[in-house]
Design a protein around this ligand. Structure first.
Ligand SMILES: [Zn+2]
Length: 192
């Protein structure tokens, strides 16, 4: 097989969930594209890296300094998530109308990741006027440890700290929860 096909396939195989067989199929699909299509594909790849930065408030991906959610919603409630993709899941549930805070990770003593490695300091800097912090980290060991850490820091400030109800079963990710389950988990959140 030509080297360039192998090379392209090896790039595709770096994507999550793409095995070597799929990677090769994608490489062949690119060969079948017109030159214009390939140019547009390359352009989209470069554009996403050039344009998408982080929102200076919540830390979600954004093409503007302040993302549309931070720019338009009341800031009395902050929903704390581990990753930007969790915001997408929460928004699909269409229940929550406050702002978010992306930690970009969770506390994981086993991996040597402490509170300073994630965006907890930034969260503490946003609490002026906030009445409730909903911790929507995944219901696994790291997510629970992170939620407890945040609750211990924020509760003494007189701010209510809640956690999504256990509609999402232990070990399952918020990212993959269906919107009905997630909506119920938001509504039935409990104080921690
Ligand atoms: Zn934002």
């Amino acid at each position: 097989m030509p080297d360039s096909i192998n090379k392209l396939a090896s790039k595709f195989s770096k994507l999550p969930g793409v095995g070597s067989k799929s990677a090769l199929r994608y490489a062949y699909a690119v060969l079948d594209m017109s030159e214009d299509e390939v140019d547009a594909f390359c352009e989209a790849l470069k554009e996403v890296k050039e344009k998408v930065k982080f929102c200076s408030q919540c830390g979600d991906y954004s093409e503007t300094d302040i993302c549309p959610i931070c720019a338009s919603r009341p800031k009395k409630t902050i929903c704390v998530v581990a990753q930007p993709r969790d915001i997408a899941a929460m928004e699909k549930a269409k229940i929550y109308k406050g702002v978010y805070h992306v930690l970009r990770g969770t506390i994981s003593p086993l991996d040597g990741r402490g509170p300073n490695e994630i965006r907890i300091k930034e969260l503490l800097g946003r609490l002026d006027g906030v009445e409730e912090v909903i911790v929507a980290t995944n219901p696994d060991v790291e997510g629970e440890a992170t939620a407890m850490y945040i609750a211990r820091l924020i509760r003494p400030l007189g701010i209510k700290v809640t956690r999504l109800a256990q509609g999402i079963s232990m070990g399952s990710d918020i990212e993959y929860a269906d919107e009905v389950t997630l909506g119920k988990a938001i509504e039935a959140r409990t104080e921690i």
